[in-house]
Design a binder for this molecule. Structure first.
Ligand code: NOJ
Length: 536
């Protein structure tokens, strides 16, 4: 079968050769929680390398690792103090090179998470920026005098609560931080900052990193006049409502686009071209002539319920803002929210399984969060073991329950760490399912995930490159067609439902007990999803 990668016309993408990431399945690893090779209770790069068998067996194409750079960990590594090396707890640059090499030999690529919006206060650029008021690093960050009443320069709020400004002793001015005070915002309007990131980008691409996920890249530039943000209104995004203001001065400024287009030219200049995935809310794909991101990892399912209407509306919105030279990306979980089995399923694995069918059959690139292939639920983390200092500052529940170690097997340490460290892992291991138990059970969620990934390949002409049409269905059931003849129904209700008019054999289903396909009607159990090969 041909694919657009070969430059052969296919589906709606007749005109262009697609980048590999458009027919890939991505896998997000939280590095501290995947596998601990050196036995200190914290996962590391050597541990990830040791577990590549699992990823190869699953059939994923690339792994994206949350930040691995040196960091004081005020925000779990999203506060880097050096972009050119590796946090000593995780390993060394040599370990990373070895991981890239081992993954490459198995046909998998490695993507890093880069945080260009802000550094840690411990970064040498900021150290010099705050202490040398007339020095070359001052303009790397946004400094401003206070307001006439002695308060911060404007009303902007930090996304982790409180003002987005902190006054610094040395110069008496205030510096901007869209997140914690330990995460000062870089000023991307300042050309030397852009050049620093060009050098950082080259550095990692030259050692074989296949691309970056760019954290908060829709907030890279802010209103240069630092005008106050207007108050939030009902119906605004949940974050704006929570902060009580519209982040119009901080996000989605038009000047972010040329920055990303320039970054893309740099990535395209490598052979093979490197990929740019962005944490964005909105269209950041540029044009075919001046492209920006390859994929938007904006987590559109983040704050909706497992509800056919809400999922449908989300798919329509995302598709509408994705031009045809780009495509959506679909995450069910990530390190910022409760896992899908907990968030959507309240622990009911049938929901997690149906959601996996959805994720792997939608038009777009699926990005699987480690542990979701097991239907893992959040782990209760006692307050005294909480590590997410950013959320503790915010007084919102810490994000730790979705960041706990992967469980590979039974017994103490669960294959994540050595048995003696079982009670001393960086976050609790929790109880419940593990990889070995699910490998031994052909009905498991792990086997379902693997079969879904294999199906994407087998039916790529339909499930990857084919058009997508949302269909009418019974209430609470999301129905869509991929390609010419692949029908998918996802029952988001706990009640049985019948999709009328469907006929054809079962291709795959979320319920391991399902046998038949559709014979004039598809009869679904509660929270069941099924893929049908439509009869001609
Ligand atoms: C988005 C990341 O996913 C999140 O974990 C982090 O706290 C913020 N960006 C700030 O970097």
């Amino acid at each position: 079968m041909s694919s657009p990668r070969d430059g052969v016309p296919c589906g709606r993408y007749e005109w262009r050769v697609r980048p590999w990431i458009h027919d890939a399945v991505l896998y997000q690893v939280y590095p501290r929680s995947f596998c601990d090779a050196d036995g200190d209770g914290i996962g590391d790069l050597a541990g990830i390398a040791a577990r590549l068998d699992h990823l190869a067996w699953l059939g994923v194409d690339a792994l994206w690792m949350s930040p691995i750079f040196p960091s004081p960990l005020a925000d779990g590594g999203y506060d880097a103090s050096d972009y050119l090396s590796v946090h000593p707890e995780l390993g060394t640059v040599e370990d990373l090179a070895a991981l890239v090499d081992t993954a490459g030999r198995r046909g998998m690529r490695v993507l890093l998470d880069l945080v260009p919006n802000h550094t840690s206060v411990a970064h040498r650029w900021f150290q010099r920026s705050r202490s040398e008021v007339d020095g070359p690093y001052r303009r790397y960050y946004t400094w401003a005098p206070g307001a006439a009443d002695g308060g911060p320069p404007n009303n902007w709020r930090s996304r982790f609560g409180g003002p987005a400004w902190t006054r610094d002793g040395h110069g008496g001015e205030w510096y901007l931080h869209s997140f914690l005070a330990q995460q000062p915002d870089l000023d991307w309007r300042h050309e030397p900052v852009r050049r620093e990131f060009e050098a950082i980008t080259r550095h990692w691409f030259e050692i074989g990193i296949a691309g970056f996920r760019l954290d908060v890249c829709y907030g890279l530039v802010r209103d240069p006049l630092l005008r106050d943000n207007p108050p939030a209104r009902p119906g605004d995004p949940p974050e704006w409502v929570r902060l009580g203001q519209r982040l119009t001065g901080n996000l989605n400024q038009p000047d972010a686009h040329p920055i990303l287009a320039r970054w893309r030219r740099l990535a395209d200049g490598f052979e093979p071209p490197r990929m740019l995935l962005g944490e964005v809310a909105g269209p950041y794909f540029g044009t075919p002539e001046a492209p920006e991101l390859h994929l938007a990892l904006g987590f559109p399912f983040r704050s909706i319920a497992f509800d056919a209407d809400e999922i449908r509306a989300t798919i329509e919105r995302v598709e509408a803002q994705t031009p045809s030279h780009a495509q959506p990306a679909w995450e069910l979980s990530n390190h910022d929210e409760a896992r899908v089995c907990t968030r959507w399923g309240a622990g009911d694995v049938r929901v997690a399984r149906a959601a996996l069918v959805l994720q792997m059959t939608l038009h777009g690139t699926p990005c699987l969060y480690y542990g979701d292939e097991l239907g893992m639920t959040d782990v209760t983390v006692p307050a005294e073991r909480a590590r997410d200092r950013a959320r503790l500052h915010d007084r919102r529940p810490p994000r730790d329950p979705a960041r706990t170690p992967m469980r590979w097997s039974g017994g103490p340490g669960r294959g994540f760490t050595r048995p003696a460290m079982a009670g001393a892992t960086w976050l609790p291991l929790g109880d419940g399912t593990d990889v070995a138990a699910q490998r031994a059970d052909p009905r498991s969620t792990l086997h379902l995930t693997r079969a879904l990934i294999a199906l994407r390949r087998r039916r790529a002409e339909e499930l990857v490159w084919g058009p997508q049409e949302l269909l009418d269905g019974p209430e609470g059931v999301l129905c869509y067609r991929r390609g010419r003849a692949t029908l998918i129904a996802v029952n988001t209700t706990p009640e049985p439902a019948a999709v009328q008019g469907w006929r054809g054999p079962l291709v795959i289903g979320s319920d391991p007990d399902r046998r038949g396909g559709a014979d004039g009607a598809l009869l679904l159990r509660g929270h069941e999803a099924a893929v049908i090969a439509a009869a001609e």
